[in-house]
Ligand binder design. Structure first.
Ligand code: Z5A
Length: 201
């Protein structure tokens, strides 16, 4: 399976992806854990450019994200899936639709077109949207002390992010499951595992 974790800042994506990877590995599944932007050396270099500084022309930013994603899909995700490895990605194309499309106001039709043109058949079979009140999520993320430029945005921005992820989930119920991420690690992990088991069955 190709499973993506999406959601706003501090929702617990990284924590939960690590837990799910450990659970799947313990059950004997070969698992690859990766992230976006990033996942390959070239894509990680693009990540450094994008998260390090703002001021990008919006379309340039979207094109860079898709260049990184194309690298990620062709060099890492696609070959792993072909080899029977479960791929868990911390963010994927929904993040571009949400952050660049909904929140920054970039052309959503263009983003959808770029997804189709650059990703080919590689598309998540399951997307877990970790949903949390942005005030709590941002406080968690900032509490780590390494806030990036998106985390530094105001609460109104993060509310738009949350609403946009929920809109995608409502539009694509066959692919997306919304997980209440406000509980403790154990509770969220149990909900994640239940969603995976129900879709993998
Ligand atoms: N971006 C974009 O604009 N367009 C795109 O196409 C893509 C990305 C792919 C990536 O940043 C940024 O890039 C992202 C969108 C943009 N914006 N931001 N910010 P990132 O990878 O550095 O950050 P992130 O993806 O938003 O994740 P995060 O802030 O690191 O949070 P998280 O992974 O969801 O949470 P976490 O690291 O697991 O946990 C955060 C803290 O909360 C940590 O101290 C945990 O110990 C704690 N935590 C976790 N779970 C819990 C629970 N259940 N209770 C209490 N505390 C918890």
């Amino acid at each position: 399976m190709f499973i993506t974790f999406e959601g706003g800042e501090g929702a617990g994506k990284t924590t939960q992806i690590r837990r799910l990877a450990a659970t799947l590995a313990a059950r004997g599944h070969p698992v690859l854990r990766t992230r976006e932007p990033g996942g390959t050396p070239h894509a990680e270099a693009v990540r450094g450019l994008l998260l390090g500084r703002g001021g990008w022309d919006p379309m340039s930013e979207t094109l860079l994200l898709f260049a990184a994603r194309r690298e990620h899909v062709t060099r890492l995700i696609g070959p792993a899936l072909a080899a029977g490895i479960w791929v868990l990605s911390d963010r994927f194309a929904d993040s571009t639709m949400v952050y660049q499309g909904h929140a920054q106001g970039d052309d959503r039709a263009l983003i959808a077109t770029l997804s189709r043109a650059t990703l080919g058949p590689v598309w998540p079979s399951l997307t877990l949207i970790l949903d949390i009140d942005p005030a709590i999520g941002v406080a968690r993320a900032v509490g780590r002390g390494d806030a990036n430029r998106f985390e530094a945005e105001g609460l109104a921005f993060h509310r738009r992010i949350r609403a946009a992820f929920l809109e995608i989930a409502a539009a694509e119920p066959a692919r997306c499951v919304v997980i209440d991420a406000s509980g403790d690690d154990e509770a969220v992990a149990a909900a994640v595992l239940a969603a995976v088991e129900s879709r993998a069955a």
